[in-house]
Design a protein around this ligand. Structure first.
Ligand code: F6R
Length: 262
């Protein structure tokens, strides 16, 4: 695992965009696992800027997103379909037919989970999976729990997630209560995981993801947990960072595929 601590949101975005663009340059037909939310906006902007400069092409790239709200049509301004269109897809040369997100409007959500799961299997594991982290440690919409589903599933959003995401809606009442999300097992199949985190309000979640234990655990623990063959490492993790350092925490974590605690 590599940890990059950066000065601010802009440099975190640039560093993460660098890592993603290196992947695309080395393998133009890369499969990218993508995330939404405020964290990756700067990353996507930087990638689009490099595309405009002619340094990067998405023409052979395929993307698979983590999640989508239940009940929001693809053209709803707060849907993740629309987020991806507005923040990345419309600004680069990606073929929309090569971009995949779960359908939150499916009549049969169980069937949609199975469809998305088999779609991911047919495409193959992401070469790199970009993740953000919720303040409660969620990744995708895998909310803190003692029992993380491995596969795509319907999730009831935690009250803290509804509250956090209310900033994108006119009122908290409008935030969908459910979402479709790929599972922690799906995320861990990625060849590499790039977890980007910014903001003092996430310092606690970052600390718990790396130093645990957390009750109930955040899903991010799964991508930061050491391999099982190295059982001593968790115990030797350092204590909490000093308060002043925690407040300035801006970091990007980049890692080779991990093994999990599942
Ligand atoms: C959404 C997703 C979520 C967000 C998380 C943080 O696709 O993956 O896990 O990454 O909710 O959101 P922001 O970046 O808005 O703080």
């Amino acid at each position: 695992m590599r940890i990059y601590c950066t000065e601010d949101y802009a440099s975190m975005s640039r560093k993460a965009a660098n890592l993603l663009s290196a992947q695309i340059i080395l393998k133009p037909e890369s499969i990218l696992g993508l995330a939404t939310g405020s964290t990756p906006v700067g990353i996507y902007r930087q990638l689009a800027a490099w595309y405009r400069k002619g340094d990067l092409s998405f023409s052979q790239v395929r993307t698979v997103n983590l999640d989508e709200y239940v009940g929001l049509p693809a053209d709803h301004p707060q849907s993740y379909h629309d987020f991806m269109r507005q923040n990345l897809f419309k600004d680069v040369d990606i073929d929309p037919a090569n971009t995949y997100l779960p359908n939150g409007m499916a009549q049969d959500l169980g069937e949609e989970c199975r469809r998305y799961e088999s779609l991911m299997r047919s495409i193959g594991p992401a070469d790199i999976q970009l993740l953000g982290m919720g303040r409660n440690g969620h990744i995708g919409f895998n909310e803190p729990s003692g029992d993380f589903p491995m596969y795509t599933h319907v999730v009831e959003l935690a009250p803290s997630t509804i509250q956090a995401n209310a900033r994108f809606f006119d009122s908290p009442d409008q935030v969908p209560r459910r979402a479709l999300t790929i599972g922690v097992g799906d995320i861990m199949r990625a060849k590499r995981v790039l977890l980007a985190v910014s903001g003092a309000d996430k310092a606690e979640a970052v600390y718990h993801a790396f130093a645990g234990p957390v009750t109930p655990p955040g899903a991010s623990l799964c991508v930061t947990a050491p391999p099982k063959r190295d059982p001593g490492r968790r115990q030797s993790r350092p204590g909490p960072p000093p308060e002043n350092r925690r407040r300035r925490l801006r970091l990007t974590m980049f890692r080779k595929q991990t093994t999990t605690r599942l």
